[in-house]
Design a binder for this molecule. Structure first.
Ligand SMILES: C[S@@+](CC[C@H](N)C(=O)[O-])C[C@H]1O[C@@H](n2cnc3c(N)ncnc32)[C@H](O)[C@@H]1O
Length: 319
Protein backbone atom coordinates (compact mmCIF):
# COMPACT_ATOMS: atom_id res chain seq x y z
CA UNK A 1 0.00 0.00 0.00
CA UNK A 2 1.40 3.41 -0.98
CA UNK A 3 2.16 5.61 2.02
CA UNK A 4 -0.43 8.28 1.17
CA UNK A 5 -3.12 5.66 0.65
CA UNK A 6 -2.83 4.66 4.30
CA UNK A 7 -5.89 4.74 6.49
CA UNK A 8 -5.47 6.88 9.59
CA UNK A 9 -7.53 7.85 12.62
CA UNK A 10 -8.74 11.45 13.08
CA UNK A 11 -6.00 12.13 15.64
CA UNK A 12 -3.29 10.62 13.40
CA UNK A 13 -4.64 12.56 10.43
CA UNK A 14 -4.47 15.82 12.37
CA UNK A 15 -0.87 15.15 13.50
CA UNK A 16 0.19 14.06 10.05
CA UNK A 17 -1.52 17.00 8.26
CA UNK A 18 -0.06 19.51 10.75
CA UNK A 19 3.41 18.17 10.01
CA UNK A 20 2.88 17.80 6.25
CA UNK A 21 1.31 21.25 5.61
CA UNK A 22 3.24 23.03 8.39
CA UNK A 23 -0.10 24.42 9.64
CA UNK A 24 -2.02 23.65 12.78
CA UNK A 25 -4.73 21.26 11.59
CA UNK A 26 -6.71 20.08 14.60
CA UNK A 27 -8.76 16.87 15.07
CA UNK A 28 -11.91 19.01 14.94
CA UNK A 29 -10.79 20.38 11.56
CA UNK A 30 -10.56 16.79 10.32
CA UNK A 31 -13.94 15.89 11.86
CA UNK A 32 -15.43 18.85 10.10
CA UNK A 33 -14.05 17.68 6.75
CA UNK A 34 -15.68 14.30 7.32
CA UNK A 35 -18.97 15.82 8.46
CA UNK A 36 -19.26 17.98 5.37
CA UNK A 37 -18.23 15.24 2.99
CA UNK A 38 -14.89 16.76 1.99
CA UNK A 39 -13.17 13.49 2.87
CA UNK A 40 -14.80 10.09 3.15
CA UNK A 41 -15.36 8.36 6.47
CA UNK A 42 -14.21 4.74 6.34
CA UNK A 43 -15.61 2.15 8.76
CA UNK A 44 -18.66 2.73 10.89
CA UNK A 45 -18.05 0.57 13.92
CA UNK A 46 -15.23 1.44 16.21
CA UNK A 47 -12.82 4.19 15.28
CA UNK A 48 -13.39 6.47 12.28
CA UNK A 49 -10.68 6.16 9.65
CA UNK A 50 -9.87 8.29 6.65
CA UNK A 51 -7.60 8.00 3.66
CA UNK A 52 -4.47 10.18 3.66
CA UNK A 53 -4.59 10.63 -0.11
CA UNK A 54 -8.01 12.24 0.23
CA UNK A 55 -6.65 14.66 2.83
CA UNK A 56 -3.76 15.63 0.53
CA UNK A 57 -6.20 16.11 -2.34
CA UNK A 58 -8.48 18.33 -0.27
CA UNK A 59 -5.80 20.53 1.31
CA UNK A 60 -3.94 20.90 -1.99
CA UNK A 61 -7.09 22.00 -3.78
CA UNK A 62 -8.02 25.66 -4.18
CA UNK A 63 -10.67 25.44 -1.43
CA UNK A 64 -8.37 23.58 0.91
CA UNK A 65 -5.68 26.21 0.44
CA UNK A 66 -8.15 29.01 1.10
CA UNK A 67 -9.42 27.29 4.20
CA UNK A 68 -5.89 26.94 5.58
CA UNK A 69 -4.95 30.55 4.88
CA UNK A 70 -8.16 32.02 6.36
CA UNK A 71 -7.79 29.88 9.46
CA UNK A 72 -4.20 31.05 9.65
CA UNK A 73 -5.31 34.67 9.92
CA UNK A 74 -8.60 34.29 11.81
CA UNK A 75 -8.06 31.26 13.99
CA UNK A 76 -8.82 27.59 13.93
CA UNK A 77 -12.31 27.86 15.37
CA UNK A 78 -13.52 29.41 12.12
CA UNK A 79 -16.50 27.39 10.85
CA UNK A 80 -15.30 27.10 7.28
CA UNK A 81 -18.47 25.39 6.19
CA UNK A 82 -20.31 28.68 6.67
CA UNK A 83 -18.08 30.38 4.09
CA UNK A 84 -19.96 28.38 1.44
CA UNK A 85 -16.76 28.87 -0.44
CA UNK A 86 -17.30 26.10 -2.94
CA UNK A 87 -20.78 27.19 -3.97
CA UNK A 88 -20.92 28.74 -7.41
CA UNK A 89 -22.09 32.32 -7.94
CA UNK A 90 -25.07 31.05 -9.99
CA UNK A 91 -26.26 29.23 -6.87
CA UNK A 92 -25.64 32.05 -4.40
CA UNK A 93 -27.68 34.34 -6.64
CA UNK A 94 -30.39 31.80 -7.37
CA UNK A 95 -33.89 32.90 -8.44
CA UNK A 96 -34.84 36.34 -7.04
CA UNK A 97 -31.46 36.90 -5.41
CA UNK A 98 -30.18 37.79 -8.89
CA UNK A 99 -32.66 40.60 -9.20
CA UNK A 100 -30.20 43.20 -8.00
CA UNK A 101 -26.40 42.98 -7.55
CA UNK A 102 -26.58 44.26 -3.97
CA UNK A 103 -23.03 43.67 -2.76
CA UNK A 104 -23.64 43.26 0.95
CA UNK A 105 -26.08 40.40 0.86
CA UNK A 106 -26.05 37.11 2.73
CA UNK A 107 -25.39 33.93 0.83
CA UNK A 108 -28.89 32.39 0.92
CA UNK A 109 -27.40 29.07 2.04
CA UNK A 110 -26.13 30.77 5.18
CA UNK A 111 -29.65 31.88 6.08
CA UNK A 112 -30.97 28.41 5.34
CA UNK A 113 -28.36 26.94 7.65
CA UNK A 114 -29.80 28.93 10.55
CA UNK A 115 -33.47 28.50 9.80
CA UNK A 116 -33.77 24.97 8.48
CA UNK A 117 -34.25 22.01 10.78
CA UNK A 118 -30.88 20.38 11.34
CA UNK A 119 -28.27 19.55 13.95
CA UNK A 120 -25.20 21.78 13.80
CA UNK A 121 -21.65 20.63 14.34
CA UNK A 122 -21.83 21.52 18.03
CA UNK A 123 -24.76 19.05 18.27
CA UNK A 124 -27.13 21.94 18.79
CA UNK A 125 -30.53 21.68 17.16
CA UNK A 126 -31.37 24.71 15.08
CA UNK A 127 -34.82 25.07 13.69
CA UNK A 128 -37.91 27.12 13.19
CA UNK A 129 -41.32 25.58 12.87
CA UNK A 130 -43.59 26.16 9.91
CA UNK A 131 -45.48 29.41 10.48
CA UNK A 132 -42.92 30.92 12.91
CA UNK A 133 -41.97 34.56 12.41
CA UNK A 134 -38.45 35.74 11.69
CA UNK A 135 -37.44 39.35 12.26
CA UNK A 136 -34.47 40.77 10.36
CA UNK A 137 -33.93 44.32 11.64
CA UNK A 138 -31.21 45.01 9.04
CA UNK A 139 -32.76 43.16 6.12
CA UNK A 140 -30.75 44.86 3.33
CA UNK A 141 -31.76 43.23 0.07
CA UNK A 142 -34.08 40.78 1.84
CA UNK A 143 -32.18 37.48 1.63
CA UNK A 144 -33.45 36.30 5.03
CA UNK A 145 -37.01 37.27 4.14
CA UNK A 146 -36.93 35.33 0.88
CA UNK A 147 -35.36 32.24 2.45
CA UNK A 148 -37.82 32.35 5.35
CA UNK A 149 -40.71 32.46 2.91
CA UNK A 150 -39.20 29.57 0.98
CA UNK A 151 -39.03 27.54 4.19
CA UNK A 152 -42.67 28.25 5.07
CA UNK A 153 -41.94 30.92 7.69
CA UNK A 154 -43.28 34.43 8.03
CA UNK A 155 -40.73 37.22 7.96
CA UNK A 156 -40.58 40.87 8.89
CA UNK A 157 -37.78 43.05 7.59
CA UNK A 158 -36.67 46.53 8.60
CA UNK A 159 -34.04 48.65 6.95
CA UNK A 160 -33.01 52.24 7.32
CA UNK A 161 -32.36 52.50 3.60
CA UNK A 162 -35.41 53.19 1.49
CA UNK A 163 -33.74 51.71 -1.55
CA UNK A 164 -32.84 48.47 0.22
CA UNK A 165 -36.42 48.21 1.46
CA UNK A 166 -37.52 48.61 -2.13
CA UNK A 167 -35.27 45.70 -3.22
CA UNK A 168 -36.52 43.53 -0.34
CA UNK A 169 -40.15 44.23 -1.13
CA UNK A 170 -39.58 43.63 -4.80
CA UNK A 171 -38.28 40.15 -4.00
CA UNK A 172 -41.14 39.00 -1.82
CA UNK A 173 -44.22 40.65 -3.28
CA UNK A 174 -46.81 39.06 -5.53
CA UNK A 175 -47.13 40.65 -8.94
CA UNK A 176 -49.72 41.04 -11.59
CA UNK A 177 -47.57 39.54 -14.33
CA UNK A 178 -49.79 40.53 -17.21
CA UNK A 179 -49.66 44.16 -16.07
CA UNK A 180 -45.89 43.89 -15.61
CA UNK A 181 -45.50 42.36 -19.05
CA UNK A 182 -47.68 45.04 -20.63
CA UNK A 183 -45.70 47.90 -19.03
CA UNK A 184 -42.35 46.35 -19.94
CA UNK A 185 -43.48 45.91 -23.57
CA UNK A 186 -44.61 49.54 -23.76
CA UNK A 187 -41.31 50.79 -22.33
CA UNK A 188 -39.24 48.49 -24.55
CA UNK A 189 -41.06 49.57 -27.70
CA UNK A 190 -40.77 53.29 -26.94
CA UNK A 191 -37.14 52.93 -25.89
CA UNK A 192 -36.30 51.11 -29.12
CA UNK A 193 -37.78 53.94 -31.17
CA UNK A 194 -35.94 56.48 -29.04
CA UNK A 195 -32.62 54.66 -29.37
CA UNK A 196 -32.94 53.94 -33.11
CA UNK A 197 -33.51 57.60 -33.82
CA UNK A 198 -30.56 58.74 -31.70
CA UNK A 199 -27.14 59.76 -32.97
CA UNK A 200 -25.46 57.37 -30.55
CA UNK A 201 -27.15 54.36 -32.14
CA UNK A 202 -26.04 55.41 -35.64
CA UNK A 203 -22.57 56.20 -34.33
CA UNK A 204 -22.24 52.79 -32.64
CA UNK A 205 -23.45 51.01 -35.76
CA UNK A 206 -20.88 52.80 -37.92
CA UNK A 207 -18.18 52.26 -35.31
CA UNK A 208 -18.81 48.51 -35.17
CA UNK A 209 -18.68 48.26 -38.95
CA UNK A 210 -15.39 50.21 -39.11
CA UNK A 211 -13.91 48.11 -36.32
CA UNK A 212 -14.97 44.94 -38.07
CA UNK A 213 -13.22 45.96 -41.28
CA UNK A 214 -10.13 47.21 -39.45
CA UNK A 215 -9.80 44.07 -37.34
CA UNK A 216 -10.28 41.81 -40.34
CA UNK A 217 -7.52 43.62 -42.16
CA UNK A 218 -4.97 44.00 -39.35
CA UNK A 219 -5.89 41.26 -36.86
CA UNK A 220 -7.05 38.37 -39.09
CA UNK A 221 -7.93 35.22 -37.18
CA UNK A 222 -6.25 32.84 -36.66
CA UNK A 223 -3.17 34.12 -38.58
CA UNK A 224 -2.56 37.05 -36.23
CA UNK A 225 -2.57 34.85 -33.08
CA UNK A 226 -0.30 32.36 -34.85
CA UNK A 227 2.24 35.09 -35.72
CA UNK A 228 2.20 36.37 -32.14
CA UNK A 229 2.68 32.83 -30.90
CA UNK A 230 5.67 32.28 -33.22
CA UNK A 231 7.21 35.59 -32.14
CA UNK A 232 6.87 37.16 -35.62
CA UNK A 233 4.75 40.00 -34.19
CA UNK A 234 5.28 41.88 -30.93
CA UNK A 235 1.66 42.09 -29.84
CA UNK A 236 2.05 45.09 -27.50
CA UNK A 237 3.94 47.26 -30.04
CA UNK A 238 1.77 46.23 -32.97
CA UNK A 239 -1.48 46.88 -31.07
CA UNK A 240 -0.31 50.32 -29.95
CA UNK A 241 0.52 51.21 -33.55
CA UNK A 242 -2.86 50.03 -34.77
CA UNK A 243 -4.64 51.89 -31.99
CA UNK A 244 -3.00 55.12 -33.20
CA UNK A 245 -4.00 54.24 -36.75
CA UNK A 246 -7.64 53.71 -35.76
CA UNK A 247 -7.97 56.86 -33.69
CA UNK A 248 -8.54 59.25 -36.66
CA UNK A 249 -11.28 56.91 -37.96
CA UNK A 250 -12.92 57.06 -34.52
CA UNK A 251 -12.60 60.86 -34.36
CA UNK A 252 -14.17 61.23 -37.80
CA UNK A 253 -17.16 59.12 -36.75
CA UNK A 254 -17.63 61.23 -33.66
CA UNK A 255 -17.66 64.38 -35.79
CA UNK A 256 -19.92 62.80 -38.40
CA UNK A 257 -22.56 61.80 -35.84
CA UNK A 258 -22.09 64.81 -33.53
CA UNK A 259 -21.66 62.53 -30.53
CA UNK A 260 -20.26 63.86 -27.28
CA UNK A 261 -17.86 61.34 -25.73
CA UNK A 262 -17.31 63.25 -22.54
CA UNK A 263 -20.01 63.88 -20.01
CA UNK A 264 -20.64 67.63 -19.72
CA UNK A 265 -22.02 67.05 -16.27
CA UNK A 266 -19.34 64.73 -14.87
CA UNK A 267 -18.99 64.88 -11.13
CA UNK A 268 -22.72 65.14 -10.60
CA UNK A 269 -23.21 61.89 -8.64
CA UNK A 270 -22.78 58.32 -9.88
CA UNK A 271 -24.50 58.77 -13.22
CA UNK A 272 -22.69 62.02 -13.93
CA UNK A 273 -19.36 60.32 -13.32
CA UNK A 274 -19.98 57.07 -15.17
CA UNK A 275 -22.52 57.75 -17.92
CA UNK A 276 -22.23 59.89 -21.02
CA UNK A 277 -24.86 62.56 -21.44
CA UNK A 278 -26.65 60.62 -24.19
CA UNK A 279 -26.84 57.52 -21.99
CA UNK A 280 -28.17 59.62 -19.10
CA UNK A 281 -30.84 60.96 -21.42
CA UNK A 282 -31.84 57.36 -22.27
CA UNK A 283 -32.03 56.46 -18.57
CA UNK A 284 -34.03 59.59 -17.84
CA UNK A 285 -36.37 58.77 -20.72
CA UNK A 286 -37.10 55.33 -19.24
CA UNK A 287 -37.28 56.72 -15.70
CA UNK A 288 -39.98 59.17 -16.73
CA UNK A 289 -42.00 56.34 -18.27
CA UNK A 290 -41.66 54.26 -15.08
CA UNK A 291 -42.82 57.22 -13.01
CA UNK A 292 -46.07 57.23 -14.96
CA UNK A 293 -46.94 53.58 -14.16
CA UNK A 294 -50.18 53.41 -12.17
CA UNK A 295 -49.83 50.01 -10.47
CA UNK A 296 -47.54 50.62 -7.45
CA UNK A 297 -46.04 47.13 -7.35
CA UNK A 298 -45.41 47.05 -11.10
CA UNK A 299 -43.77 50.44 -10.83
CA UNK A 300 -41.52 49.33 -7.96
CA UNK A 301 -40.26 46.18 -9.65
CA UNK A 302 -39.56 48.01 -12.92
CA UNK A 303 -37.70 50.69 -10.97
CA UNK A 304 -35.50 47.96 -9.48
CA UNK A 305 -34.92 46.45 -12.91
CA UNK A 306 -33.96 49.87 -14.25
CA UNK A 307 -31.58 50.55 -11.38
CA UNK A 308 -29.99 47.16 -11.95
CA UNK A 309 -29.34 48.15 -15.55
CA UNK A 310 -27.81 51.49 -14.77
CA UNK A 311 -25.85 49.83 -11.94
CA UNK A 312 -26.32 52.92 -9.83
CA UNK A 313 -27.81 50.76 -7.16
CA UNK A 314 -28.80 53.87 -5.28
CA UNK A 315 -31.35 56.65 -5.67
CA UNK A 316 -32.41 57.23 -9.22
CA UNK A 317 -33.42 60.72 -8.18
CA UNK A 318 -29.84 61.67 -9.01
CA UNK A 319 -30.66 61.90 -12.70
C1 LIG B 1 -24.96 44.12 5.36
S1 LIG B 1 -26.50 44.81 5.08
C2 LIG B 1 -27.57 43.46 5.36
C3 LIG B 1 -27.66 42.62 4.13
C4 LIG B 1 -28.71 41.55 4.22
N1 LIG B 1 -28.40 40.55 5.20
C5 LIG B 1 -28.90 40.92 2.84
O1 LIG B 1 -28.78 39.71 2.71
O2 LIG B 1 -29.15 41.65 1.87
C6 LIG B 1 -26.79 45.79 6.48
C7 LIG B 1 -28.06 46.62 6.35
O3 LIG B 1 -28.29 47.27 7.59
C8 LIG B 1 -28.95 48.49 7.31
N2 LIG B 1 -28.84 49.35 8.49
C9 LIG B 1 -27.75 49.97 9.00
N3 LIG B 1 -28.07 50.66 10.11
C10 LIG B 1 -29.38 50.47 10.32
C11 LIG B 1 -30.28 50.93 11.33
N4 LIG B 1 -29.87 51.70 12.31
N5 LIG B 1 -31.57 50.52 11.25
C12 LIG B 1 -31.98 49.72 10.24
N6 LIG B 1 -31.17 49.27 9.26
C13 LIG B 1 -29.88 49.64 9.30
C14 LIG B 1 -28.23 49.00 6.09
O4 LIG B 1 -29.01 49.93 5.37
C15 LIG B 1 -28.00 47.70 5.30
O5 LIG B 1 -29.01 47.49 4.35
Amino acid sequence: MALDNQLVTIKQASEWATDFFKKNITPSNISYLIQYGRVKKIGDNGETLINKSELIKYYSSFYGQREISWKDSLGNDLNWHLSFDSIKEAETTKHVHRLHPYKGKFIPHLVQYFIDDHIDEFKKKIYFKNGDIILDPFCGSGTALVQANESGLHAIGIDISEFNSLISNAKIQDYNFSDLNKEISIITEKLQKYVYSSNVYKFEKDLLESLYQFNNKYFPAPEFRRKVYKGEINEAKYSKLKEEQFLPIFDNLIKKHAVSVKSKTSGNGFLGTWCLDDIRKEIKYVYNMVEEIKNKKTKEIIMIILSRFVLAGQQLTLI
